[in-house]
Design a protein around this ligand. Structure first.
Ligand SMILES: Nc1ncnc2c1ncn2[C@@H]1O[C@H](COP(=O)(O)OP(=O)(O)OP(=O)(O)O)[C@@H](O)[C@H]1O
Length: 362
């Protein structure tokens, strides 16, 4: 069974800024491949400015792409506006960081959900329509639904507002949710509840979810697969447990090492050093100025995404269960010359964590 719903190949977005001779090209997203499957959460992790939100806007077709292809149910699709855009939006919905962005402050929740239901299911009777609105609230656990339906956004807590905006997105019965930092503005104590709700939607409605976050620890908890982005490119991708427990790319290592302490006063956390300007990325690997292991090769040539073996400790054992029953292992890749197997003399020498990432006994 092919579970792929939404796919992007070579997704690229370059912004032009400045005028005349000072014109600069900002390479916000450069040649990114993403596959979203039914009933699966993919986390897109990276620092501010790495291009995560641009990917969400490209996938939702809110902005045009510079290059690359987007496929919905295997068919290449570019929508401009009008009917084609509305039909696409019905399948691919966005959830924003700030729930106020999708809830009109001057209207009660009922108004927002009425609109969502009537846009996406215009043929319902009045009774069916009203029931659909309450079902949406039930779906996001805003109970008793009769009470929440007449609340204004300012009468709801941050978590309740985010639940209402998720209900609004569900009004379209989407196949894909693009969730851009859906919990980062919420109180730490209620973040887990919202992630658990999204997980329920993944399992019960089999929705494909792209979860955008700067918090790699939450990716481990919530996502099936994790993609790490740096300066507009994917630098590591694989099963979330493997990427977060046996990171392969030096940048993923840095992100994990600087992961926020949840009890800290300012739990945002920051990796040491600064990401490059996307208008003037370094030659070779974009991460090389911050990388303690960079060699001459890293400074001169950008590494491709290289295929990595699964660590022995987590690789599925062929002696357990039937091979045909097992889900296909998630491919694991890193864009780093540390994993070059062609034996180039100018390649970097492997630090200790590489052995762990490759599953070689230490
Ligand atoms: N409309 C625009 N015009 C010019 N540059 C832009 C535009 N939108 C985004 N950028 C640039 O593209 C890069 C990627 O931005 P993006 O918002 O996708 O990153 P992000 O990883 O989502 O960061 P954050 O977590 O802060 O939202 C940044 O350097 C940003 O300044």
């Amino acid at each position: 069974m092919n579970d792929v719903v939404l796919e992007a190949r070579g997704l690229t977005k370059h912004y032009t800024s400045g005028h005349f001779r000072k014109k600069r090209i900002v390479r916000a997203v450069d040649g990114v491949d993403i596959t979203l499957r039914r009933g699966e959460v993919v986390a897109l992790v990276g620092e501010s400015g790495s291009g995560k939100s641009t990917i969400a806007r490209l996938l939702s077709q809110l902005i045009p792409r510079t290059a690359g292809d987007i496929l919905l149910d295997g068919e290449s699709i570019t929508v401009g506006y009008g009917h084609a855009f509305r039909a696409y939006t019905k399948r691919v919905q966005m959830i924003f960081q700030d729930p106020f962005a999708s809830l009109n402050p001057v209207h009660p929740v009922r108004h927002t959900l009425n609109r969502s239901v009537s846009i996406h299911s215009p043929k319902l009777s009045k009774k069916e329509h009203d029931a659909a609105v309450l079902t949406l609230l039930e779906r996001v656990h805003l109970r008793p639904t009769e009470r929440y339906v007449d609340k204004y956004p300012h009468e709801l807590s941050g978590g309740q507002r985010q639940r209402a905006s998720i209900a609004r997105a569900l009004g379209a019965s989407p196949s894909v949710l693009l969730a851009d930092e859906p919990i980062s503005m919420l109180d730490v104590s209620i973040r887990l509840g919202v992630l658990n709700l999204l997980r329920e939607l993944r399992d019960e409605l089999r929705i494909a979810i792209l979860y955008i976050t700067h918090d790699i620890a939450s990716a481990r908890y919530f996502a099936d697969r994790t993609m790490v982005m740096y300066a507009g490119r994917v630098v590591e991708t694989g099963d979330s447990e493997i990427v977060t427990q046996h990171p392969a790319h030096p940048y993923t290592n840095l992100l994990i090492a600087s992961a926020p302490d949840p009890d800290a006063e300012h739990p945002e956390g920051r990796a040491k050093g600064e990401p490059p300007s996307l208008a003037k990325t370094p030659t070779g690997c974009s991460f090389n100025p911050r990388c303690p292991f960079a060699s001459e090769l890293c400074r001169s040539e950008a590494p491709p995404l290289l295929e990595l073996p699964l660590p022995v400790s987590v690789a599925p054992s062929s002696s357990v269960g039937s091979v045909t029953d097992a889900a296909a292992p998630v491919p694991r890749q890193a864009a780093c010359w540390l994993y070059d197997t062609t034996g180039r003399a100018d390649a970097p020498s492997a630090p200790e964590f590489v052995a762990d990432a490759l599953g070689v006994a230490r």
